[in-house]
Design a protein around this ligand. Structure first.
Ligand SMILES: Nc1ncnc2c1ncn2[C@@H]1O[C@H](COP(=O)(O)OP(=O)(O)O)[C@@H](O)[C@H]1O
Ligand SMILES: N[C@@H](CC(=O)OP(=O)(O)O)C(=O)O
Length: 404
């Protein structure tokens, strides 16, 4: 029997009417004799509302309790969807992440899936039921409820598809696939029918929330093709899958992240201060990126360390920043007015041409650059937060629209 995992995001399940429409779609698939496991996210903006509720109670909520709170959003959707399926005469059962055997590490709010033990899911499917799984959540080996980071239901879907050996993993949202830039800010963004794992992964890491970065990483490891589609408009899709390493294709997408904080550490004790900052952040389970430590032999230039934090989804970030400032005193400084825009493409940095052009282009458009970092698939530029959207548009117009 063919078996699919379908994931429906919060935008597809935002109200009761949409839940009923999704139930009809799933029941039709099942009626064709296909085994279906469905992963759901919390309805609409529910997770955001839960985060706001927590912030009203505590500026620095305990991470374990955040997970307990946030995991409830998906429980609401999964039970309502099963009720709607049952109204249609379909047999369905809802299961939490822990009931599905989604085992994670103990990193609350940003847990990694370590293993999936899908026995219950397989039993229910073998009994002919549609299994509806609460996405974005698991259980740690210490038996605490964990969540997989914002957008983490995509990861649940891919991990489950691998564990039950599904024929397809389909991710449904309000867009009909992946575009060259976020279509909600770049009106003329172009649809991409297919993408390689590394390009998609760089896009997700750099802020394209249409697919979650951990989900793409998982899909790459397990060689699962992801079909990104729109729930209510089925004309197009994007397939993310393995491709033979290709030739240089230049800029394929322009993505952005609105809230970046750059942390700078200076002074004679730079390495120990840097270590101390990392310890504090690790204690709070805050990941850091783009680490640079510079010491020049025999020079009078003072050594420095810098790194960046994507602060958007770190609950209680302001309190953490205040604590860092208190612990490290004058040797630490924060640039907290920045965002990042990133050019993504295979072989992008095999020459320096794109980087040179990017610096020129932003300068000509009066957008100041405060930092640059590269990988073989990406050029990221730190720019003022208020210039991110304009920067994305000029880069998209220059590389994607001009080059056809
Ligand atoms: N490059 C991109 N291509 C398509 N969508 C993108 C891209 N970057 C960001 N997005 C945004 O991702 C959204 C879909 O993801 P998400 O909000 O997680 O949906 P859902 O809540 O349904 O899971 C789109 O509405 C779109 O604004
Ligand atoms: N509800 C969670 C998990 C998730 O995956 O959501 P969505 O699929 O709607 O992006 C979140 O808002 O982050």
């Amino acid at each position: 029997m063919t078996c699919v995992v379908q994931k429906y995001g919060g935008s597809s399940l935002a109200d009761m009417d949409k839940i009923k429409r999704v139930a009809r779609i799933i029941a039709d698939v099942k009626a064709k004799g296909v085994g279906v496991a469905v992963v759901v996210s919390a309805m609409g903006k529910t997770t955001n509302h839960l985060v706001e509720m927590a912030a009203e109670v505590s500026p620095r909520p305990p991470r374990r309790e955040m997970d307990m709170l946030l995991s409830t959003g998906e429980r609401i959707t999964m039970s309502l969807l099963c009720m709607a399926l049952s109204e249609l005469g379909a047999q369905a059962v809802s299961l939490t992440g822990s009931q599905c055997g989604i085992i994670t590490n103990h990193r609350h709010n940003d847990a990694q899936v370590i293993e999936v033990r899908p026995f219950r899911v397989l039993d229910e499917m073998a009994a002919g039921k549609i299994v509806v799984v609460g996405g974005f959540q698991g259980v740690s080996y210490r038996r605490d409820i964990t969540t997989l980071g914002r957008g983490g239901s995509d990861t649940t879907a891919v991990a489950l598809a691998a564990a039950i050996n599904a024929d397809r993993c389909e991710i449904y949202s309000d867009v009909d696939g992946v575009y060259t830039s976020d279509p909600s800010t770049v009106a003329d963004a172009r649809h991409l029918p297919e993408l390689s794992y590394p390009v998609m992964q760089e896009m997700s890491v750099a802020g394209a929330k249409v697919l979650n970065a951990q989900a793409v990483q998982f899909a790459k490891e397990k060689q699962i093709a992801i079909y990104a589609r729109s729930t209510f408009d089925r004309n197009r899709e994007t397939v993310v899958r393995r491709f033979a390493p290709g030739e240089v294709v230049g800029v394929q997408a322009v993505v952005s992240e609105k809230e970046i904080v750059r942390v700078r550490i200076r002074g004679s004790r730079v390495l120990s201060d840097f270590n101390r900052a990392l310890e504090i952040l690790e204690n709070e389970q805050v990941p850091v990126k783009e680490v640079h430590v510079t010491r020049t032999q025999g020079s009078t230039v003072s050594p420095r360390a810098t790194f960046v934090v994507s602060s958007t989804n770190i609950y209680g970030w302001d309190a953490i920043q205040t604590n860092l400032a208190r612990e490290l005193g004058a040797s630490i400084a924060f640039d907290d007015h920045l965002g990042a825009l990133s050019l993504i493409g295979e072989g992008l940095n095999r020459t320096n041409v794109t980087l040179i052009e990017a610096i020129e282009l932003l300068k000509n458009n009066a957008i100041e650059v405060f930092g640059i970092s590269t990988t073989s698939f990406r050029i990221s530029l730190l720019v003022p937060r208020e210039s991110v959207a304009a920067g994305v548009r000029v880069c998209h117009a220059n590389w994607i629209l001009e080059n056809g």
